[in-house]
Design a protein around this ligand. Structure first.
Ligand code: PBG
Length: 334
């Protein structure tokens, strides 16, 4: 065979100009892809910094409304709410979780009234409300008991739906909670309340700063979530969880954390072709912010790269603490 005097293919040709790079670009990030998580506080007119999440603040509900206005201006479709519960409202039965006058329920009502077009996602799990910081009710030996916990999660999800939440998002990893919540929502006429199931939620160490932010780290102490969240070594298990949640009536599924779990995102999307969301969690954000603060990584470039990679892996939407900055940057470019 005659050896050609030039390479058989020159992929660099298409990379030569910006115009052809743009023409062949397979994935793009848009503000439509982003969900902004917010930590909410009791009280008024107050914001406070979270040391392990530089740039992110906890805020009272009046401040949350201002934040919501900003999100709408940026074209971000939805917000995810996470409450900081004062110590005196935490208990073993997590009753505050389904209090119709609770912080989340009040925040949802106010947001819906003032900014009806902003999608509201609420977290369904008991960890902000339990004295031990675990996501469910426990027995004498501290083990999270599944079925009694599911009953409380159902009450919590219903109280969110009644307040006007568009999407309830169980992040607790109990078995059977999606079907229990779905049936109660159907029975009570909440036919369009969507369920975002945290299906592939791993027992990850990347949640540390979030637990500081909601103030559950102290309650949790030395205990861990390994007997309900998934082993980081597994992927078949994630697919089983996702299949179960979709069968039970989930509208969207979540993979969490994000960056170290892109393989799970890809497999989930390929196998089920369902709306697939991913959570770039607090520890991922903290890690980036630390490197950026040291001048080791370029802020805008690293932020956009990390988010675009979620799209390439197959994610439809991304929960990220970078939502606002990313939306701003994308809009400037267009
Ligand atoms: C609680 C919950 C957690 C996160 C979201 N919902 C923490 C946990 O499971 O301990 C973590 C999010 C983040 O780290 O940004 N069920």
């Amino acid at each position: 065979m005659i050896q050609r005097p030039f390479p058989a293919s020159r992929p660099r040709r298409m990379r030569f100009d910006d115009f052809s790079r743009r023409l062949m670009r397979e994935n793009r990030l848009s503000p439509d892809d982003l969900i902004y998580p917010v930590f909410i506080l009791e009280g008024q007119n107050h914001r406070e910094a979270i040391p392990s999440m530089p740039g992110i603040e906890r805020m009272t509900v009046d401040e949350l409304i201002r934040e919501g206005e900003e999100l709408l201006e940026l074209g971000i479709p939805a917000i995810a709410l996470f409450p900081v519960t004062p110590a005196e409202k935490k208990s073993d039965d997590a009753a505050e979780a389904w209090n119709p006058q609770g912080l989340v329920q009040r925040a949802v009502r106010e947001l819906k009234q003032k900014l009806p077009e902003l999608g509201i996602i609420t977290d369904v799990a008991l960890d902000p409300f339990t004295s031990h910081g675990l996501d469910g009710l426990t027995n004498e030996s501290g083990y999270v008991i599944n079925d009694p916990t599911v009953e409380v999660l159902v009450k919590q999800a219903l109280s969110h739906a009644e307040a006007g939440a568009d999407i309830v998002a169980p992040s607790d990893m109990m078995d059977g909670r999606i079907s229990a919540i779905r049936s109660r929502l159907e029975e009570t006429g909440h036919l369009n309340t969507r369920i975002l199931a945290y299906s592939a939620k791993y027992a990850s160490s990347y949640y540390g700063p979030f637990r500081d932010a909601v103030g559950s780290a102290g309650n949790l102490g030395k205990s861990n979530k390994h007997n309900f969240q998934m082993d980081v070594a597994n992927i078949d298990e994630a697919l089983h969880e996702i299949a179960a949640d979709l069968n039970e009536g989930a509208d969207m599924i979540m993979v969490k954390p994000g960056m170290p779990y892109l393989d799970v995102v890809r497999r989930a999307k390929d196998e089920f072709k369902a709306p697939t969301f991913v959570y770039q969690v607090s520890g991922e954000y903290a890690m980036h912010q630390a490197a950026i603060a040291n001048g080791w990584l370029d802020r805008n470039a690293i932020m956009m790269e990390s988010l675009l990679c979620f799209k390439r892996a197959g994610a439809d939407a991304i929960l990220t603490y970078y939502a606002k900055e990313a939306a701003q940057l994308v809009s400037q470019k267009n």
